[in-house]
Design a protein around this ligand. Structure first.
Ligand SMILES: Nc1nc2c(ncn2[C@@H]2O[C@H](COP(=O)(O)OP(=O)(O)OP(=O)(O)O)[C@@H](O)[C@H]2O)c(=O)[nH]1
Ligand SMILES: Nc1nc2c(ncn2[C@@H]2O[C@H](COP(=O)(O)OP(=O)(O)OP(=O)(O)O)[C@@H](O)[C@H]2O)c(=O)[nH]1
Ligand SMILES: [Mg+2]
Ligand SMILES: [Mg+2]
Lengths: 292, 279
């Protein structure tokens, strides 16, 4: 555990009941290794460590805790702050139908998250969602969304293979006609460097102006999370992040890197394959997970 | 570092960041830098020389394997290949790509739709079977995956297929019940022949960071992994976690996925991969 590693640092170096430049630097070397192993981006690690160092050097060690515990507390608090401080759920406010656009790399969990959001909106927020199938590329993607809709008893709008922008527009119109107050647009996975597909996403956005735009990211994503998120954010200005597959053992350091580089909050985490497996993002729980 | 110069701490730090950015991980990165330091022997080096050495050190960590296309030139008929991996890694698409390749090499291929759980999974593989021009064995959604595998083998044998490709449901290696389901599938297959499956390919998403190691360990504990497929390297991720997988487990990587179409699969090439890490 990190606390033990840091306690060892203080034991090895002299003056073990006092925080000094030497033992802080040594401790932070251990922290750096831990954070990189947790998939936090190396640049984010650098910035985070610098912030923690400043706080640690100014700190007083309480008699009741070890210096290692003290540093871990500073690490934890700083990370919780960076991750957004506290859970903040979107309100889905706005004149209906409120649009939610899903986006992200291939296989990140968008379609499943679309189903999960539909369930959440209906059961927790007592809303009437419509799912719109804008992925016309992946074999049986529309079928997949239809099956999820059927499992939930939530309507799905699709036009089979067609123009995703037109499908989105027509889906929005269908929502109005069916009296649905929320529309979830599931889109195809795409590389942030695929300009044609990024333009398609921008066109969908311009056409239906969704008030929520969720970047769906896999918790096991490594260093590239930063470049991917930054491009999606620069081009689509997403409003929040959904971190999926958090029921695995990936430490999820990408959450810290993405938040730190885009400033956008992580809203939800996916905790399983079933449609009820969506939870609110908790910065303190995430901080503990990343710190290990 | 612009011109020729000493391998200073600053230069080493920027090299380390280059390695980390490729998902190589801190320990393997430091091992590689140690190798580069030894080669420099305190002398002057150019940036080009450094990149050359980095690529050489990385390549040195990667296995030398017989070419992957010896896949189907195996005694057994049908030759059975099982595809496993975590959710969304690219298993189903990779099954389709391998099928396409095998057909081009003149094989009669059969697919087994053993993801009986996920919405639209069977329909997805059916579409690919059609596109690749191969037959598929499937049961109902929600049926027993092991039963599908058992039936598929019998069908492959009866119909004289050269290769049977088994697509399975995505599963996290941390889920004991799902890993047990995979063990059961293998056990049931072995009722036909204890040598089955002839190959088990672990499919790993190229965007994966350090979680690639627990994935390899987890799936490796269920069944012998004979090969790896690293997908989505047409994106900006470099797949550097493969170096640590090689270094720790001698992970036998066979194929690289570079897109979403049937042709988007290339045989793993140590040289190209090592260079690609630092491009
Ligand atoms: N264990 C687990 N699996 C998940 C979670 N979210 C999604 N999945 C699984 O991840 C896989 C991919 O999910 P999809 O919803 O198809 O992903 P996608 O982003 O729509 O994929 P593309 O449309 O191809 O880009 C499926 O097997 C899902 O069941 C999660 O939170 N936990
Ligand atoms: N860009 C790119 N996308 C890929 C590659 N391989 C697979 N994909 C995409 O990744 C997504 C997931 O692929 P699947 O084949 O459904 O993955 P899977 O492992 O079978 O997923 P589950 O069965 O849900 O666990 C799809 O959108 C694929 O088109 C690749 O090499 N490059
Ligand atoms: Mg999808
Ligand atoms: Mg699949």
């Amino acid at each position: 555990q990190l606390t033990d590693k840091l306690d060892n640092v203080f034991r090895r170096l002299r003056g073990q009941h006092q925080i000094t430049e030497e033992n802080v630097s040594e401790s932070l070397r251990e922290v750096r290794v831990a954070l990189l192993a947790a998939d936090v981006h190396f640049q984010t690690v650098k910035e985070f460590i610098a912030a923690v160092k400043a706080k640690a050097l100014g700190a007083e060690v309480l008699a009741s805790v070890s210096p290692g515990q003290m540093i871990v507390k500073i690490l934890h608090d700083e990370m919780v702050t960076l991750l957004g401080g506290q859970s903040e759920e979107p309100r889905f406010a706005g004149s209906p139908p409120v649009g939610i656009l899903m986006m992200g790399l291939q296989g990140s969990g968008k379609t499943t998250a679309s189903g999960k959001l539909a369930m959440l909106l209906r059961d927790k927020w007592h809303r009437k969602p419509l799912l719109v199938a804008c992925d016309v590329y992946r074999p049986a993607a529309i079928e997949q969304l239809k099956v999820l809709g059927a499992q939930l008893g939530v309507p799905v709008y699709d036009e089979g293979l067609g123009d995703p922008v037109r499908i989105a527009k027509n889906g929005l119109q269908a929502a109005r006609e069916q009296g649905c107050d929320t529309v979830i647009f599931d889109t195809a996975g795409r590389l942030q460097i695929d300009d044609d597909l990024m333009i398609e996403l921008e066109k969908i956005q311009a056409a239906v102006k969704p008030s929520e735009r969720f970047f769906v990211a896999d918790a096991m994503t490594g260093q590239e999370a930063v470049n991917v998120a930054k491009t999606f954010n620069d081009r689509l200005d997403f409003t929040g992040v959904i971190l999926t597959k958090m029921d695995g053992d990936a430490r999820g350091g990408a959450a810290l890197s993405v938040k730190s580089v885009t400033g956008k909050p992580v809203r939800y985490v996916g905790t399983g394959e079933k449609l009820d497996a969506l939870e609110l993002f908790h910065p303190d729980r995430m901080a503990s997970r990343i710190l290990g | 570092a612009l011109g020729k110069g000493r391998l200073t701490e600053d230069v080493l730090e920027s090299l380390e960041e280059k390695l980390l950015a490729a998902d190589i991980g801190i320990e393997t990165a430091q091992a590689i830098l140690e190798g580069v330091r030894k080669r420099a022997r305190g002398g002057d080096v150019t940036p080009d020389q450094l990149l050359e050495w980095l690529a050489e050190e990385a390549k040195g960590l990667l296995p030398e394997l017989p070419p992957a296309s010896t896949l189907a030139r195996h005694g057994s008929k049908p030759y059975v290949i099982l595809f496993v991996g975590v959710n969304g890694a690219g298993k189903t698409t990779s099954v389709a790509k391998i099928a396409h390749r095998l057909v081009a090499e003149g094989n009669k291929v059969l697919l087994a739709a053993c993801d009986t759980f996920r919405a639209g999974a069977i329909a997805q593989l059916e579409t690919w079977a059609e596109r690749a021009g191969v037959e598929i064995v499937r049961h109902q959604d929600g049926s027993d995956a092991a039963a599908v595998a058992f039936d598929a083998y019998a069908a492959a044998k009866a119909r004289g297929h050269d290769v049977l490709l088994i697509d399975t449901a995505g599963r996290l290696h941390t889920k004991d019940n799902l890993m047990e389901e995979l063990r059961k599938l293998v056990r049931v297959l072995r009722k036909h022949d204890p040598a089955l499956p002839h190959e088990t390919l672990l499919v790993i998403d190229g965007n994966t960071g350090q979680n690639a190691l627990p994935q390899f360990r987890g799936f490796g504990s269920v069944t012998d992994l004979t090969g790896l497929i690293i997908t989505k390297l047409d994106g900006t991720a470099k797949g550097g976690a493969l170096l640590t997988l090689s270094r720790e487990f001698g992970a036998p990587v066979r194929w690289i996925g570079v897109g979403e179409g049937l042709d988007d699969l290339i045989p793993f090439d140590r040289e190209a991969f090592a260079r690609g890490l630092f491009s």
